[in-house]
Write a protein that binds this ligand. Sequence first.
Ligand SMILES: Cc1ncc(COP(=O)(O)O)c(C=O)c1O
Length: 453
Amino acid sequence: MEIDVLLRAVAQLESTIATGPIVPQVTPQEIRSYLASRYDFAKPLTLDDICADVERMLQTWQVQVTHPRYLGLFNPSVTAASVIGDTLTAMYNPQLATWRTSPAANEMERHVLVWLTGKFGLPADTIANFTSGGAEANFSAVVVALTRAFPDIGDHGLRHLTASPTIYMTGEAHLSFNKIAHMTGLGRRAIRPVATDRHMKMDLSDLARQVAADRQGGLAPFMVVGTAGTTAAGVIDPLPELARFCQSEGLWFHVDAAWGGAAVLSPCLRHYLGGIEAADSITCDAHKWFSVPMGAGMFFCRHPDAVSAAFRGEAFYMPRKTAGPVVDPYTTSPQWSRRFIGLKLFLALAHYGEAGYSQMIEHQTRMGDVLRAALTRAGWRVVNSTPLPLVCFTRDGLDTTKFLAALYERQIAWMSEVRLGDDASVLRACITSFRTTESDIEWVVREMSRLTL
Ligand SMILES: Cc1ncc(COP(=O)(O)O)c(C=O)c1O
């Protein structure tokens, strides 16, 4: 492959995006009419023409998540090495369902996952796999935890249980768990919302009280989810205390570190994830703070037997299991056919190294501090507390929806609004790009102060 050509294309796109608009102004009808007028698929078009047209559409009709002033929802700028990784995956199209079909690809994924297992402090026999994203990793966690707590459900289903299983997390945990409760047949009411303290961390006494009350009431608590970097406010739940509680109560301890998990690569931040080493399972997304293209999540679990029990499967038409210390991912994960998801992370880690990664993560963390300080100086009130680069802020009388509309219209930045607990909505800005600079931030805050609504 001509890597230089690809690198030049990536670099050119970076500068095109950085100097262009962030937020599109377009209606569904406009795009549909355009597509209908050009693409009836009746006669073939040249690839040059199609690609030029597709790139134009993507550059005009998309929120540019790789823009340095996209301060958004955990969608990162992507490293050149990871783009090359995804391109190679598409070109070779390896099938990772079984080890035998793609030994090299399976072992490269394993190599990355074993390395990260060590960084999280999990035991050496931890089993891990790449997922489409955090939602699939969280889904895996619930299915495996359920299977371990109630071994008969694999054959007989939830309807054979005498008590309804329940899961505990705060209202700040990711809403994928509601869907997961629905999809697994647990039902959305199996999610028991635990109160938070004034920093929006899980309130341990409320957790203990609810678990005890639910047991008393005939329910079957089996899992607690702690979040390391909540979606709305970047808060890290008290992981060491949660680990201890789960151990003493015989509950599965899952840590959803979909975004925050990358902090294990930073010597300055990793202590904030203390306690994660005691997790039964961890979700960590490469397509968030590891800055690789979507979709790339990871699921880690210290109970290989429970994972095999949850996702067991055998089909005569699949290649026979290879002798030796290998697994066939189709028997240890929800997916069957499996893309080489891990190559983009393998390539990026190999190219930038651990030091390169920690610099990237610490740069973004510093930019979060710069943003907090600039906002405070400009009279905004920061309302969340986290060491991670996610800032929630407001000022008296702010209409967040109107404010964001003005921000988008002037192409100042992309950020979002969130409601923390029952409070009024506030603005949320997260440093998701390793290319965001101090001057980007100072400019955004200055322009925001000039907006009169
Ligand atoms: C804490 C957390 N967990 C899980 C998810 C779901 O991840 P994905 O969108 O990769 O499925 C998100 C998404 O933002 C998240 O913030």
